[in-house]
Design a protein around this ligand. Structure first.
Ligand code: TIU
Length: 255
């Protein structure tokens, strides 16, 4: 066990690195590049790109210390049998889920737009959770995986703060996980929703969890500690991370 303390709101939080996972939510082209789902809903997708570099640094550090790293993607099967009609029909987008766009069919597994952006591409052994909803627990094997890995705390990054990050943090909180949302590694198309979304997490003594800056997480990680974690040292976690990942991604998509 390697116990570290991360400076956070509403209070510092002590975590065991061997029981902690970095969860990267939906860092997909469909949300972060023009021509994807986010843009089809009328948003400026490039507004989210400020978090790419902080996420990349945190991901690199997590890999160095051997934290469990899990990626998620929002999207649907090509036949859209897992896409609720109410979700597809909602709003007045320029393109609906399943329609053809510049990066392939919008929010459909196996299409270019569905891929995680290259800067944060998963490496071998990092599970990728394909989720049909906003929350990463709904109709996925994330909870099973976290249980097998002995994870108790989630360091959460990704997009968008008030939609998939918030839904996942709420789902995780109700399941007994401690969540630390990383403020400068989460983003929204609406800056005010980002700010208020983070405040909602920490309000009332941390009603859903904690919020920290990536600098606080980085400075707490045992990156330079002699005898600190070596990459892939996390016992069961290491063994599982090397195992094949049985997600529902299209063949060839998994890295
Ligand atoms: N529209 C929006 O802000 N977000 C989503 O639809 N999905 C995620 O947040 N990933």
């Amino acid at each position: 066990m390697v116990s570290i303390t991360i400076d956070a709101q509403p209070a510092p939080i002590a975590v065991d690195t061997e029981a902690t996972a970095l969860l990267l939510i939906d860092m997909q082209r469909d949300f972060l590049e023009p021509g994807g789902f986010g843009a089809a809903l009328g948003n400026d997708a490039t507004a989210l790109r400020t978090i790419v570099e902080p996420c990349r640094r945190l991901l690199g550090a997590a890999r160095t210390v051997g934290l469990t790293v899990i990626h998620t993607r929002e999207g649907h099967r090509p036949d859209m049998s897992d896409a609720p009609p109410a979700k597809v029909a909602r709003g007045a987008p320029s393109r609906r889920i399943g329609d053809h766009g510049p990066m392939g069919r919008i929010l459909i597994r196996g299409e270019k737009g569905h891929e995680i952006i290259p800067e944060l591409a998963p490496i071998a052994g990092e599970p990728v959770i394909d989720k049909p909803g906003k929350g990463a627990f709904y109709q996925t094997d994330l909870e099973l995986m976290l249980g097998n890995l002995g994870v108790a705390t989630l360091i959460v990054c990704g997009v968008t703060t008030e939609v998939c990050v918030h839904t996942t943090v709420r789902e995780a909180n109700d399941r007994g996980y401690r969540c630390i949302a990383v403020a400068d590694c989460c983003a929204s198309y609406f800056p005010e929703f980002h700010e208020v979304g983070l405040r909602m997490i920490t309000a009332q003594g941390g009603i859903f969890g904690w919020v920290a800056e990536s600098a606080s997480v980085l400075s707490a990680l045992p990156l330079a500690a002699p005898g600190g974690l070596a990459p892939g040292d996390a016992q069961l976690g290491s063994a599982l991370r090397q195992a094949p990942c049985h997600d529902t991604a299209a063949a060839g998509e998994r890295r």
